[in-house]
Write a protein that binds this ligand. Sequence first.
Ligand SMILES: [Zn+2]
Ligand SMILES: [Zn+2]
Length: 121
Amino acid sequence: MRYGQSILKIINSSHEHMTAEQVFFALKEHFPAVVIATVYNNLNSLYRQGRIRKISVEGQPDRYDRITRHDHLVCCRCGKLSDIFLSDLTADLEKQVGFQIEAYDLKIQYLCPECKKKEPS
Ligand SMILES: [Zn+2]
Ligand SMILES: [Zn+2]
């Protein structure tokens, strides 16, 4: 877990929803000898430990995010992710399902402004 802390720091301070490859290049600036397999291994174990989030969008590489509670807007055309901050729905969801939930992952689909511009009107 030599690189784990640095990877965690990179993800926690980024608001860009980085792919493993982007994390790799950011880490390489400090540790030129690092290989991408190491980054994948560390990302997987950080994810398993619940210290980072993984966001999967169909047709795109997984992206990684800080665990601070927030949700996402996803452009259905280009896959661009933006953070949105809604109130925590955990209590509401638990009331409806009648048991404790671990987590939820809300993705709201939209057409981002750039894609909207390209849309023929
Ligand atoms: Zn878009
Ligand atoms: Zn996010």
